[in-house]
Design a protein around this ligand. Sequence first.
Ligand code: ATP
Ligand code: MG
Length: 307
Amino acid sequence: MEPPVDDPQSKPAPRAAHVIVLGNEKGGSGKSTTAMHIIVALLKAGRRVASIDTDSRQGSLTRYIDNRKRWMRKSGVVLDVPEHFSVPLGDGQIVSDIEHREYNALARAIDEISATFDFVVVDTPAANSYLMKLSHSIADTLVTPLNDSFIDFDVLGRLDPDTLEVVETSHYAALVTDARHYRHTVDGVRPNWVVVRNRLSTLASRNQRDVIHGLRNLAEVLGFRLADGISERVIFRELFLLGLTVFDSLDRKTLGRAPSISHLAARREVRELIESLDLPGAAPRPAGTAGGADVSAIAAAPLVGAE
Ligand SMILES: Nc1ncnc2c1ncn2[C@@H]1O[C@H](COP(=O)(O)OP(=O)(O)OP(=O)(O)O)[C@@H](O)[C@H]1O
Ligand SMILES: [Mg+2]
């Protein structure tokens, strides 16, 4: 990554994309589904959006986008599609070589898109890997979807079962804390961290109340914001094969049935999540200022928390 050439007389200041990372070390919490919804919502709002899949082994986001392109060809409907990159896992025998290749691949992708897009949405694997940690350290906004269960809660912190007070914080919380601290040390950016409960039951329960209570306590300790949750809805699972989201127009032809009130509720919930992220406006922002992750500066020093 070359440092930007400062010649304000000859050309406008380059823009630096705001990087939104979806992360949670717990698998199946909704990272890829939420990533796709954020991408499409931002595209529909007229923002220039690129996406990066750093979970190339699973490749759910990449396939989601491929499915969208296929549906577009098949249906003839024009859809908003992001400029997409998949970062391959580095191969080799020596760990430092593998990490070097992974770093280069991510830096190349960011290099290509940072100046021409408003947002980069990065989906990450659940596995604690170099690429996963590197992705966390370039986040301007980190979104952590969390299933509404104490088993999923455990990657963030442990609670006293009687008082629901935080007894200790856990491994994923430590990884995020290190990544945020590291980012602040390198370029002064304090990334936002937003936790969103996902797959909520529509029936209120004591478990739900206790999880919220515990998360509020944990939010104070770890410094994240808690967004309103997203309910468990079949529509989120159905749309993957078509590459669609609740923000696309869903009619009888696409769904095989008329859209229901549940689709509208799903759309409202995801829209409220995106509003709660407090993302920056479309105003041009010089590269290197808050909102533009410089991967080379961030990765030049060893990653805090790396084993
Ligand atoms: N709100 C929801 N309602 C119903 N199903 C959901 C919801 N959110 C996610 N799912 C489903 O849960 C499963 C896991 O979602 P997803 O793949 O997005 O999670 P992930 O965190 O990316 O998983 P991984 O850690 O394996 O990458 C998928 O089957 C998805 O369709
Ligand atoms: Mg995923």
